[in-house]
Design a protein around this ligand. Structure first.
Ligand SMILES: [Zn+2]
Length: 474
C-alpha cells in the first residue's frame, strides 16, 4: 500500500516594529542581556499592557499579503502555562477572534504554481530566551514581549521539498511587505511542523505529530525527510502512531520524542481582561491597504509577460527591486525590452560591482539604454563598439548618440570605404591571401580581423566579410 504525508506549518515571525508589543522597550536584536526590559515585559504585578499600533497594522498588512480576511473585530486572550522564559506565566495571544484568517499563498513548486491555504495569521508576543551554561542557566528577557505573528497553514503540504518552497515563498512575501526582516540567524522566524501519514487517497488524517521549535528552513526540510519515512515505516510494519510532540536533533539527524498527548498542556485560554477588543474602522484599514505591495510571484509573471523576459531575468528583478525599478524606467516604450534587460543585468550590474557605485548614483539615464540598443540593432554601431560606448555612458552620463558622434564611432557601412580597407589589407598580407586561396578558410577570419583593425572597429563586420571574400575569389 502507498502512503502519503500531510504537513501543516505554524510559522512564527517577529514583526519589524521599533518597540515591543505592550511596552515602549526597544525591539532590537543583540543588546546586552536584560537591558531592553521594563516592568511590563518583565511581567511585574500591577502593570497594564498598551497595544503597539504598528504591530496591529503590520498584522493586518500581512493578512492582505496572504489573501486573508482582515477581521473587523479581533480580541486578545491569555494562554496560560509556566516556563522560565515567560515571567507573566501567560502569553497574550489571539485565540478565537484572530486579526486575520482564511487566506492562501501561491508559490512555485514542481515547475508549476501550488497553493497552500492559510488558516489564520494572529498576533501574539514573543517570550524571553533561556541560556544554559555549564553550572547554571540564565534568561534574557530582551525578546520578551516582542510582537510575534503566528501564521498557521492548512495541512496542504505533501513533501519536505514542498514545505521548504512554501517557507521560502512566505519569507519573500513578508520581506516584500516589510513586515519582518525574517533574519533566521537572529531567530526572527521559527517553525512548528505538524506531520502525519495516511494511506494514499484516504480522507481521514493520521495521528498528528508535531516537531517543535525549528529555526531554519533547511532544518524543516531535513526533519521532514527523516520524519515522513519514519512514520511510514511504523504503519507499514503494522504499528500505530499516536499524537505526540517531537524535537529535531540536528547533530544526530533524527527526531526525538518530547511529550505524548497525555503530557500536553491545557492552556486554559480566557479573554485578556487588560485589553479591549480591536475594532478597526474603514480609514484605518484603508491606510493599511495603502501599504500593499505587488507580491513576488505576481511580479515575476508580470515581468515575463510585459517585457518578454525569460524566467531567470524576471527572477533577478524580483530579488533586486531597485535594479528592477531602474530597468522598468528604461524599458518603458523600448522596442526590445529583453535587450535592455541584458544591458542592465549583465553590464550595468557588473559596472556597479566593479566601481562599488550604489544604483541611485548611476549616471546613465534609464532612457539612454533603449537608445544604445537601437544604435546596435540598426547597425549604426557594432556590439563591440557598444561596449565602449556603454563604458563612457557609465563614466559620464552622456547619451550614446552624442558619444558616437563626438568620437566618430559610427559603423562604416559605406561599401566604398570598406573596399579601400580591404584592398590595403590584401596588399599587406600576401601570405594569408595565399593560404586562403590554398583552401585554409581560417585565413579569411584573420584578414577580416585586419580590416576591422584598420577601420578601428568601425567597419560593418558582415559587409567587410562579404567584400573581402568577393575580392579574394575574383
Ligand atoms: Zn518593556
Amino acid at each position: 500500500m502507498d502512503y502519503e504525508a500531510v504537513i501543516g506549518l505554524e510559522t512564527h515571525v517577529q514583526l519589524k516594529t521599533k518597540s515591543k508589543m505592550w511596552c515602549g522597550c526597544a525591539n532590537e536584536f543583540g543588546a546586552p542581556p536584560n537591558t531592553n526590559v521594563c516592568p511590563v515585559c518583565l511581567g511585574l504585578p500591577g502593570v497594564l499592557p498598551v497595544a503597539n499600533e504598528e504591530a496591529l497594522r503590520l498584522t493586518a498588512l500581512t493578512g492582505l499579503l496572504l489573501n486573508c480576511q482582515v477581521s473587523r473585530f479581533a480580541k486578545f486572550d491569555r494562554k496560560n502555562y509556566f516556563y522560565p522564559d515567560m515571567p507573566k506565566n501567560y502569553q497574550i495571544t489571539q485565540y478565537d477572534k484572530p486579526s486575520t484568517s482564511n487566506g492562501y499563498v501561491d508559490f512555485e513548486f514542481n515547475a508549476g504554481v501550488s497553493r497552500v491555504r492559510i488558516t489564520r495569521a494572529h498576533l501574539e508576543e514573543d517570550v524571553g530566551k533561556n541560556f544554559h551554561f555549564e553550572q547554571n542557566s540564565g534568561v534574557d528577557f530582551n525578546r520578551a514581549g516582542v510582537p510575534l505573528l503566528e501564521i498557521v497553514s492548512e495541512p496542504d503540504l505533501t513533501s519536505a521539498e514542498m514545505a521548504y518552497q512554501y517557507l521560502n515563498a512566505l519569507k519573500d512575501i513578508l520581506l516584500y511587505g516589510a513586515v519582518s526582516d525574517c533574519d533566521m540567524e537572529k531567530g526572527m522566524v521559527r517553525c512548528d511542523v505538524n506531520v502525519s501519514v495516511r494511506p494514499a487517497g484516504q480522507q481521514e488524517l493520521g495521528a498528528k505529530i508535531e516537531i517543535k521549535n525549528m529555526n531554519s528552513f533547511s532544518g524543516v526540510r531535513r526533519a521532514l525527510e527523516y520524519e515522513i519515512p519514519r512514520q511510514m515505516e511504523v504503519v507499514k510494519q503494522g504499528g500505530k502512531l499516536s499524537q505526540e510532540t517531537r524535537r529535531w536533533n540536528d547533530v544526530a539527524g533524527i527526531t526525538e520524542i518530547m511529550r505524548t498527548k497525555e503530557m500536553a498542556h491545557d492552556y486554559r485560554y480566557f479573554p485578556e481582561p487588560d485589553l479591549m477588543p480591536f475594532v478597526p474602522n474603514d480609514a484605518w484599514l484603508a491606510a493599511v491597504r495603502g501599504r500593499m505591495v505587488e507580491l513576488p510571484l505576481a511580479r515575476k509573471h508580470r515581468f515575463m509577460a510585459a517585457y518578454q523576459l525569460p524566467a531567470p531575468d524576471a527572477e533577478t528583478f524580483v530579488y533586486d527591486r531597485p535594479l528592477a525599478g531602474y530597468f522598468e524606467a528604461a524599458a518603458v516604450g523600448a522596442k526590445s525590452p529583453k535587450a535592455v534587460a541584458n544591458w542592465v543585468i549583465n553590464n550595468l550590474r557588473a559596472k556597479l560591482a566593479e566601481t562599488q557605485t550604489p544604483l541611485d548614483q548611476v549616471k546613465i539615464k534609464p532612457g539612454d539604454l533603449p537608445e544604445l540598443v537601437t544604435l546596435v540593432e540598426s547597425g549604426k554601431i557594432s556590439s563591440k563598439i557598444a561596449q565602449d560606448v556603454f563604458a563612457e555612458m557609465f563614466a559620464g552620463g552622456e547619451s550614446p548618440a552624442k558619444i558616437v558622434e563626438r568620437k566618430g564611432l559610427a559603423q562604416v557601412s559605406d561599401a566604398g570605404a570598406i573596399e579601400t580597407f580591404c584592398d590595403e589589407v590584401i596588399a599587406a598580407n600576401p601570405r594569408s591571401v595565399q593560404d586562403y586561396k590554398a583552401g585554409k578558410a581560417a585565413a579569411l577570419n584573420f584578414l577580416k580581423g585586419q580590416v576591422m583593425k584598420a577601420s578601428k572597429g568601425k567597419a560593418n563586420p558582415n559587409l567587410a566579410g562579404e567584400i573581402l571574400e568577393r575580392k579574394l575569389k575574383s
